[in-house]
Design a protein around this ligand. Structure first.
Ligand code: FAD
Length: 308
């Protein structure tokens, strides 16, 4: 069995593996796709001390760094079930292949995925105007026009944030009213460069072959189609944590995120969690890495206290 078994090979899992391996303990990483969301990212400009990098390059460097240590990387393996071992037993993780891996401690870092609109052009223009993270890509649209899709808290927060950076923001909500907190809605409505469109279903991302040039939406009242000319579209209709496979094994929030405390501990002794899959506020690479490191140090602390 591993001393520390990490499930997930994104920034959180990579950081956890490095911190654990540096304690000289048996460390394994199971990952469906080593690199995680970073693989789907183009420019990264907020990975502190690195002015600019690109997702696939950072993902390769994460893997190289982990491989500097004696870490057993089980890539292209999907975890399908967690069986906690309680206070004394080994924790078991079943893989889709039928195999099982065990750990004295486990760190869950299976990340999250952005809910997509599923309309023509969205996939084609991803990273070419279609974006999901205002903290990451907002500054790229300075002086341009953007839309935010979604009028919940994250959509309205994104629209307020972007309004300070870009020329104009169109907020598009499917429902007949925004669902964000009243204080956010009030702030949004006070901004001069924001247009709010409700009862609107986005039907297509329009592009010129290279970049986004607009979006098409249908007015759900009149059924009329409209086109908004713009350069960017931020999709804010939900971030879904990859916790379906945990099914009752540990405590999740009402949004399906793994509940963790400041030490990255979950509801099960010896099981820790880090990154976008957890209740940690703000989903970012540096935050996932920081929490991954915390989880590994907590796992080590757990090991030295439980072995006698
Ligand atoms: P993830 O990166 O999601 O990694 C999860 C890992 O778990 C993957 O290896 C995955 O394959 C694996 N996994 C999932 N389920 C299972 C399973 N059942 N069994 C085994 N393995 C599993 N952040 C920034 O800081 N700056 C940016 O510029 C930036 N740009 C972004 C652009 C895009 C398009 C996207 C999508 C995200 C961006 N982010 C950015 C956010 C950032 O990528 C995430 O916050 C970060 O990757 C979270 O790391 P993580 O390790 O928690 O999860």
């Amino acid at each position: 069995a591993f001393d520390v078994l990490v499930i997930g090979g994104g920034p959180a899992g990579a950081a956890a593996a490095i911190y654990a391996a540096r304690k000289g303990i048996r460390t394994g990483v199971v990952a469906e796709r080593f690199g995680g969301q970073v693989l789907d990212t183009l420019g990264i400009e907020n990975f502190i001390s690195v002015q600019h990098t690109e997702g696939p390059k950072l993902a390769a460097q994460l893997e190289q760094h982990v491989k500097e240590y004696d870490v057993d990387i089980m890539n292209l393996q999907e975890a399908v079930r967690l069986i906690p071992g309680g206070t004394t037993g080994l924790h078991e993780v079943k893989l889709k292949s039928g195999a099982s891996v065990r750990g004295k401690t486990v760190i869950l870092s299976t990340g999250a995925r952005w809910r997509q609109m599923g309309v023509p052009g969205e996939e084609e223009y991803r990273n070419k105007g279609v974006a999901y993270c205002p903290h990451c890509d907002g500054p790229l649209f300075k002086g341009k026009r953007v839309a935010v899709i979604g009028g919940g808290n994250s959509g309205v927060e994104a629209a307020i944030d972007l309004a300070g950076l870009v020329t104009h923001v169109t907020l598009i909500e499917f429902d007949s009213e925004l669902r964000a907190d009243a204080v956010l809605q009030k702030k949004l409505r006070s901004l001069p460069n924001v247009t709010i469109i409700t009862s609107a279903l986005t039907t297509e991302v329009l592009g010129n072959g290279e970049r986004v040039v607009g979006l098409r939406y249908r007015d759900r009242g009149s059924d009329d189609e409209h086109v908004v000319e713009l350069e960017g579209i931020f999709v804010q209709i939900g971030l879904i944590p990859n916790t379906e496979w945990l099914d009752g094994a540990i405590a999740l929030s009402n949004r399906g995120e793994i509940e963790v405390d400041a030490r990255a501990a979950t509801s099960q002794p010896g099981i820790f969690a880090a990154g976008d899959v957890t209740t940690v506020p703000y989903k970012q690479i540096v935050i996932a890495m920081g929490q991954g490191s915390t989880a590994a140090l907590s796992a080590f602390d757990h090991l030295i206290r439980s072995e006698g």
